[in-house]
Design a protein around this ligand. Sequence first.
Ligand code: GAL
Length: 324
Amino acid sequence: MKKVVAIMLALVLVLALAACGGKDDGKKTVGVLIYKFDDAFMTTYRNALKEILEEKGYEVTFQDGNNDQAKQNEQINNYITQGVDALIINPVMTSAADQIVSTVKNAGIPTVLINREPTAEQMSAYDKLVYVGCDAAQSGTFQGELILDTPNQGDINGDGKISYIMIQGDPENIDAQLRTEYSVKALTDAGKTVEQLDLQRGDWDREKGQTICANDLAQYGDQIEVVFCNNDDMAIGALQSIQAAGRKVNEDIYLVGVDALEAALNEVANGNMTGTVLNDAVGQATAAVEQMEKLLDGATYKAGEQSVYVPYVKVTPDNVKDFQ
Ligand code: GAL
């Protein structure tokens, strides 16, 4: 009889351990890979992921890809060797998606891609993979609409055209491509004539935004009516140059960004930025964890249905308080 009890106890123990994924402390492990820690928006996003995952009882670790795809590939392999239960990956380069997808597929690890959207075709290779992000075109459209909502619809000097400079993120990234295209498209769709004075890549970086804007202000001066920045960090940099040049936002120049970083929200409230667009880090982190849990529960995704979008929101002086 004692023997039977002992065997049963042992069985219960084995089952309990199995239910916990074999981890002694019962916590499921999640590896999160960020393209680079030194990115203002991705820092907010990373903090949100950490809070949500820890709150839910996951054991989570983060890796900094340092903007180096080869390094991130190694980090993915290390996580696979460690046997993590799930991966959340912010790819360094979307062009590397094929390789990332085939690596996680071969390891059979449920994977959520975030922030840098690969093509539907690239994702279709693996059914335990999903992308969580936003519709980048929408944020561009909203930026254009912010300009159309100004009293002179962006044509400050009344010459019949909107003259702008475009400070672009990393052009390899679809967010940069679509924001650049759709911000201007919103103007032309509304029947406006536009003039692009300059377009330069600022790689999402505040200092680069500042330098590009300073050079353009020196070269084009009062001709610049609108400064489009693909993100807020570059817009904050641009604002420093605008102020240094003695220009005044919303009076003799317009300035828009994307992300709704805290610093940008303050500048929108103070009238030093025309507006921004909320890139909802908490909403995306929440959705990413939700999708990860579905995958852990055994969900699979059909080709063409592997992208989950969180909406962008326009932020102006009228509603900025709701986001601060
Ligand atoms: C964008 C965001 C940028 C930057 C980029 C990184 O969505 O607006 O600020 O973080 O992602 O891929």
